[in-house]
Design a binder for this molecule. Structure first.
Ligand code: 13P
Length: 335
């Protein structure tokens, strides 16, 4: 088995998932503003260090995606953050794109940047202990979008990124996120997501990326958050599975969903149902940001020195999602 394939299986073993704690300083500042905590580098570190030293890191969290600031920080006990994560038996990862910018030629849409100098940055992150990386392409659904241009150019960037990451002996997380914002139906989300994912694999194959050594991080198939046609969770799970079965090559070992603005419980419930109906060989787990951290952040913001209390809230969420990744979750476990 290749080293990269092994890394994927280790990150996603036994219902483990990924903690996406790679919010850029701008995004993290918004999150902290929302709970009235000043966004200083000390506070960002304190919250993250609290999560990364929780007991669920060993039992539930196979990998943590970090932001550039965090991977270079040390804990109050002078332990380097990647070292802390490794000691908890989890794998440190790093977001390497530099964000979504206006796409020339279709300025209502976005193209993710960060390829310039990427090979050199990857070498540095590898030395800092990173075992895997993330790059996110982002697509909106409206009447005319996503355009062929945005689908093609983001897929191309994701593939060039993935090839460079594997060259540097790390696992690329390939994240094409079709956003939940809008009035679109679940069927439209299904169609657009299928088109986006198929194009990504076309480019990944062209760039000779080893598909056994990647993790796909897609959105679930949902109706837009302003849609009038709300569908049942069962339907979300079935459409999501149908989409992935038809667009993801069978060599891909693992799929880890983003939460995309769903509530914590909704994301867990949908993940549980996806696993209940999963008749594929894909491991279906989570790579959640908000749906893993929201309650913990809220609690922490009011009890900033209560490490144990914050960890208890985070441990619960991580455990629920790890159960859902094995279709062992039920609502009565939430109380
Ligand atoms: P959410 O789960 O909050 O969507 O974040 C996941 C992520 O990493 C987005 O890039």
């Amino acid at each position: 088995m290749s080293e990269l394939h092994n890394t994927v299986l280790k990150i996603l073993e036994k219902g483990k998932g990924i903690l996406a704690a790679d919010e850029s300083t701008g995004t993290m500042t918004k999150r902290l503003d929302d709970v009235n905590v000043p966004s200083t580098s000390e506070n960002r570190l304190l919250f993250r260090e609290t999560l990364f030293s929780s007991s669920s890191m060993t039992d539930c969290i196979g990998g943590v995606i970090l932001y550039d600031e965090t991977i270079k920080q040390e804990t109050s006990k002078k332990i380097k953050i990647p070292e802390l994560i490794s000691r908890m038996k989890s794998a440190p990862g790093i977001k390497v794109d530099t964000g979504a910018k206006v796409l020339a030629g279709s300025p209502e849409e976005k193209i993710t940047e960060g390829l310039d100098g990427l090979r050199e940055r990857l070498k540095e992150y590898y030395k800092l202990g990173a075992k895997f990386t993330k790059w996110r392409g982002v697509y909106s659904i409206t009447k005319n979008f996503p355009s062929k241009l945005s689908i093609q150019s983001n897929a191309h960037a994701l593939a060039r990124y993935s090839a460079l990451v594997q060259e540097c002996r790390m696992v690329p997380i390939v994240e094409p996120e079709v956003l939940m914002d809008g009035e679109h139906s679940a069927e439209e989300c299904y169609e657009k997501t299928s088109e986006v994912i198929k194009k990504c694999f076309e480019e990944l194959i062209l760039h000779k990326v080893d598909l056994k050594g990647i993790i796909l991080k897609p959105n679930m198939i949902l109706a837009g958050n302003k849609s009038k046609n709300i569908i049942k969770n069962e339907e979300v799970a079935k459409l999501t599975l149908k989409c992935l079965k038809n667009s993801v090559p069978s060599e891909v070992p693992g799929i880890a969903f983003l939460s995309g603005g769903q509530s914590e419980i909704q994301a867990t419930e949908n993940l549980n149902l996806i696993n209940k109906y999963n008749d594929t060989d894909f491991i279906m787990s989570y790579s959640f940001g908000r749906a893993l951290q929201q309650s913990a952040l809220k609690f922490w913001s009011k009890n900033i020195r209560d490490i144990e209390g914050t960890q208890k809230v985070f441990n619960h969420r991580a455990k629920m999602n790890t159960l859902a990744a094995q279709s062992k979750w039920s609502k009565d476990l939430e109380v």
